[in-house]
Design a protein around this ligand. Structure first.
Ligand SMILES: C[S@@+](CC[C@H](N)C(=O)[O-])C[C@H]1O[C@@H](n2cnc3c(N)ncnc32)[C@H](O)[C@@H]1O
Length: 340
């Protein structure tokens, strides 16, 4: 006996079994269905229009994975959401984060099947492989896909924006512009927590109506606005704080540096430039999710990549920023801040 344990290898190597089971449960709306009442396996099959073969394996697998609870055994047993599934995976919950899982299910799961080709060629493996068009033009050509992408971003970012709103000292600033602000979630979250701030969400014109909808829903129209523009051809709105949530990781090094320069130009002396990303640890050994996110950017964009706080500080220093700090947010995510 070697005394070595192969289970971590098997757990990750066969991890797609568990991953796809959860993604299908989200796709089918299982957690939303169970929010109103516990159901038997047969009820679940009927409610979700599943084959009888799907039960009891599908809900029992979710019990074993700890995404469902089961009261009893056999055909009469009733399945219910765990507290976490009910809070985060019921589509009607305000804390729903399943948007990112819906997009992972609809797009990324299959695109990651071509990871080996991406590693060999350095080329994107998503819709752009066929369309030849840039990612955002391809995604946004279809309203349903645009909405899906927006929901995915809200799902992955909501916790980080809340943590950032609580962790950063906004007391000496009065304006913020969130560049690539998508649904306006960061602008609304920060404005709600800091009543003295005026916030702008800047994104492509197609995205503005979606942001306006959220701003109206949150009742913040007096202090939050959504502005349409292109961060490559337009200058950024002037603000005391410029934020970019998962923007720099979408682009190659030259474009990252150009966006950093634009942020510098839009800030007053003393202003803060904040990026919120799954920042890789400086030694590139620990933040597995950050490193895998960088591979995801290979799948999505080819030459785009995630980076460390040290990388960020180096690029920002070149642009003229003078001081830097990093703040841990939720899970694998952090905010890196550069002061002008
Ligand atoms: C990965 S998403 C990040 C969304 C959001 N900041 C977050 O962290 O959840 C990138 C955003 O950049 C926006 N974007 C892409 N190209 C842009 C451009 N040329 N000008 C302005 N916004 C752009 C997209 O519309 C999208 O909302």
């Amino acid at each position: 006996m070697s005394g070595l344990d192969p289970s971590p290898i098997m757990q990750v190597g066969m991890g797609f079994f568990a991953s796809k089971t959860l993604l299908s449960a989200v796709e089918l709306g299982l957690f939303t269905k169970l929010a109103s009442q516990p159901l038997t396996g047969q009820d679940i099959a009927a409610a979700l229009q599943l084959s009888p073969r799907a039960v009891p394996d599908f809900p029992d697998a979710l019990v074993a994975l700890k995404f469902l609870e089961r009261d009893g055994d056999g055909p009469e047993a009733r399945y219910a959401n765990t507290p976490e599934s009910g809070f985060f995976l019921d589509r009607d919950s305000p804390a729903y984060i399943g948007g990112i899982l819906e997009m992972a299910n609809a797009r990324l799961y299959r695109f990651w099947g071509d990871l080996t080709e991406a590693l060999r060629t350095g080329k994107a493996q998503n819709e752009t492989k066929v369309s030849g068009e840039p990612l955002f033009a391809t995604l946004y050509a279809d309203q349903a896909r645009l909405e899906q992408f927006m929901n995915a971003m809200s799902g992955i970012s909501a916790g980080n924006f809340k943590a950032f709103a609580g962790a950063f000292d906004f007391s000496k600033y009065s304006t913020l512009c969130d560049v690539g602000g998508a649904t306006g979630l960061l602008a609304c979250t920060v404005a709600a927590a800091h009543p003295h701030l005026r916030c702008t969400s800047f994104d492509l014109p197609k995205v503005v109506p979606i942001a306006m909808r959220r701003i109206e829903q949150t009742g913040l129209t007096d202090r939050v606005t959504a502005v349409g523009g292109d961060f490559f051809t337009d200058s950024l709105p002037q603000a005391d704080v410029i934020t970019m949530g998962m923007i720099l990781h979408d682009w190659n090094l030259a474009t990252k540096k150009a966006l950093i320069r634009k942020a510098y130009d839009a800030l007053p002396p003393g202003g803060a430039f904040v990026v919120i990303e799954t920042l890789i640890d400086d030694a590139r050994r620990e933040n597995a999710f950050g490193l895998l996110m960088s591979l995801n950017m290979l799948i999505e964009c080819g030459d785009a990549f995630d980076y460390t706080a040290a990388d960020f500080a180096g690029w920002c220093r070149e642009a003229g920023f003078r001081a830097f700090e990093t703040v841990r947010l939720t899970g694998p995510s952090s905010a890196a801040i550069a002061y002008k």
